[in-house]
Design a protein around this ligand. Sequence first.
Ligand SMILES: CC(C)(COP(=O)(O)OP(=O)(O)OC[C@H]1O[C@@H](n2cnc3c(N)ncnc32)[C@H](O)[C@@H]1OP(=O)(O)O)[C@@H](O)C(=O)NCCC(=O)NCCS
Length: 99
Amino acid sequence: MDSVVTRKGKPGDAEDFSRPAFIAVYPEFRGRGLGTNLLGVIEKEAKRIGSRRVALDVEISDEGAIKLYKRLGYDIKRKAPIFKIKDKNFELFNMSKNI
Ligand SMILES: CC(C)(COP(=O)(O)OP(=O)(O)OC[C@H]1O[C@@H](n2cnc3c(N)ncnc32)[C@H](O)[C@@H]1OP(=O)(O)O)[C@@H](O)C(=O)NCCC(=O)NCCS
């Protein structure tokens, strides 16, 4: 994997954070700790490139993922603007964690 996170903003800015490109585990492999490990890798990489915060978006309807992210220390910060792919609207929460 080349880069699991992208760093945004300038060092020291309130808006300085890292964002994973994508988080998903194939349904048949869920519930085995892979998502938790993936977040660990993301946070380690974010630290390595100097970020002090990781931010991610999650679908408002995805209660399982929200529960997992909360358990790992992520807080809901705001509702993100509706994200449209083709004809589908995605309603998202922006969650983040200081690392
Ligand atoms: C959120 C996600 C990454 C978690 O991955 P995972 O490998 O199942 O995570 P873990 O095994 O480390 O943790 C399991 C926790 O995830 C949550 N979870 C969400 N969906 C789950 C599922 N289908 N099966 C089991 N656990 C699920 C549960 O809260 C569970 O917590 P519990 O152990 O207290 O029951 C995975 O469910 C996923 O890919 N969801 C779809 C996300 C998506 O649509 N991404 C695209 C937009 S970025």
